[in-house]
Design a binder for this molecule. Structure first.
Ligand SMILES: [Fe+2]
Length: 127
């Protein structure tokens, strides 16, 4: 079983010393806080706030996943060189139609060298 790096664990780490390493791998879920039932809306996953991740042949982000609680909703897979072998913020947008009940999104990202990373939860209220 691989170790899953979570946002909450950042607080336990030596934040200053590892700040760039943690930031460049951490996925974020970006979407509205509230949506209307039946509304189609964008859910974006983006890696890193301040630091970009490499895109080299042996080190790149190859999977981004969107979860609603325990259900995998969508997944994107990449190969090395998608970003011209230049450091970048990997991102993908998925489009979801709001169900009847509120959602609690999270994102997972896989780095080919540094493993599995989990975002903070992103609750979305359905009106
Ligand atoms: Fe990495």
């Amino acid at each position: 079983m691989p170790r899953v790096f979570q946002a909450i664990e950042i607080e336990k780490e030596d934040k200053e010393a590892k700040r760039d390493y943690l930031d460049r791998h951490m996925p974020h879920v970006i979407c509205p806080d509230e949506v209307r039932k039946g509304e189609r809306f964008e859910v974006k996953i983006r890696l890193g706030n301040n630091y970009t991740h490499p895109d080299s042949d042996d080190h790149f982000i190859n999977i981004l996943q969107l979860w609603n609680r325990e259900v995998l909703l969508a997944e994107a897979r990449y190969v090395a060189g998608v970003y011209a072998h230049k450091p970048n913020h990997s991102e993908v947008s998925f489009y979801i139609v709001a169900p009847e009940i509120s959602m609690n999104f999270s994102a997972m990202a896989v780095c080919t060298k540094h493993g599995l990373w989990q975002s903070e939860d992103k609750p979305v209220k359905v009106l």
